[in-house]
Design a protein around this ligand. Structure first.
Ligand code: MG
Length: 260
């Protein structure tokens, strides 16, 4: 009986730990791309993030006109509007990322991520809030994540409030963080959104939003924090996650901060 109780207690503690890490965490912004042979949102970048054991790797997802999902930051790729081109157009022989890779499909990206199954997938849907676009893109994202068996590792982010609300409805077990920076946590929580991921200057203006979010059980992430001085300030303010182009620097700063 005592053993059963201890097992149950251990299980509860593990669950609690997996839901909200005690120590602040590092998210590699567009993967870890500031290394030889890497490029933003490339397969190499997500593998690099895994290699340094980043908590999460962030990437950007766009929809093509023939319904394919590709990983790319901008709405355009080599001057082609992604939503107005087919997957084949974007993957023709002449177009390459700066490291020589072909633009990755979401499936390829998620498949590569399986080499590091502990790493969170910080999934940004690029959207300007067009309802017709989101009506196709969101179900396609959810279908891909589910089919690829990585749903439990995904944390959604988006500048589109409607996309955040819909991800929260479709995937209620996943963290969903709004990127916009202009809405207080309590307002977002009423919409079912479970986190904030704001540009770091927002937290210098509204440091109270961090505590407010935590009281509501929400996750606090911040971007894109590349200087040690800002990392330290944000850790003092109490953020849970730092999204950065300098993930190894952030790991060192957090280690020093947590060792206080
Ligand atoms: Mg992004």
């Amino acid at each position: 009986m005592k053993r059963l109780f201890l097992l149950l207690l251990a299980g509860c503690l593990m669950t609690a730990c997996s839901e909200k890490p005690a120590e602040p965490q590092v998210v590699a912004h567009r993967g870890y791309w500031k290394t030889e042979g890497s490029a933003q949102n490339s397969i190499a970048s997500i593998l690099n993030a895994g290699r340094i054991a980043a908590y999460g790797s962030e990437f950007d997802v766009n929809l093509t006109c023939d319904g394919a999902l590709v990983v790319n930051h901008d709405f355009t790729y080599h001057g082609l509007k992604i939503y107005e081109n087919t997957l084949a157009d974007l993957r023709c022989d002449t177009l390459r990322l700066s490291n020589g890779e072909i633009i990755p499909t979401l499936d390829e990206y998620l498949e590569a991520s399986k080499q590091y199954p502990e790493m969170k997938l910080v999934f940004e849907l690029k959207s300007e809030g067009d309802p017709q676009y989101e009506a196709v893109a969101l179900p396609a994202c959810v279908e891909a994540i589910t089919r690829m068996g990585v749903a439990d590792r995904v944390e959604f982010i988006s500048f589109s409030l409607s996309a955040c609300k819909e991800f929260a409805r479709l995937m209620p077990k996943n963290v969903v963080e709004y990127l916009g920076g202009e809405i207080a946590p309590a307002e977002l929580q009423k919409m079912g959104i479970t986190g904030i991921d704001y540009e770091y200057n927002v937290f210098y203006e509204h440091p109270e939003w961090i505590g407010e979010a935590h009281k509501l059980g929400m996750v606090v992430n911040t971007w894109t924090v590349n200087k040690e001085e800002d990392m330290r300030k944000l850790l003092e303010l109490g953020v849970d996650q730092i999204t950065t182009n300098e993930p190894e620097l952030a790991q060192r700063v957090i280690k020093e901060f947590s060792g206080k």
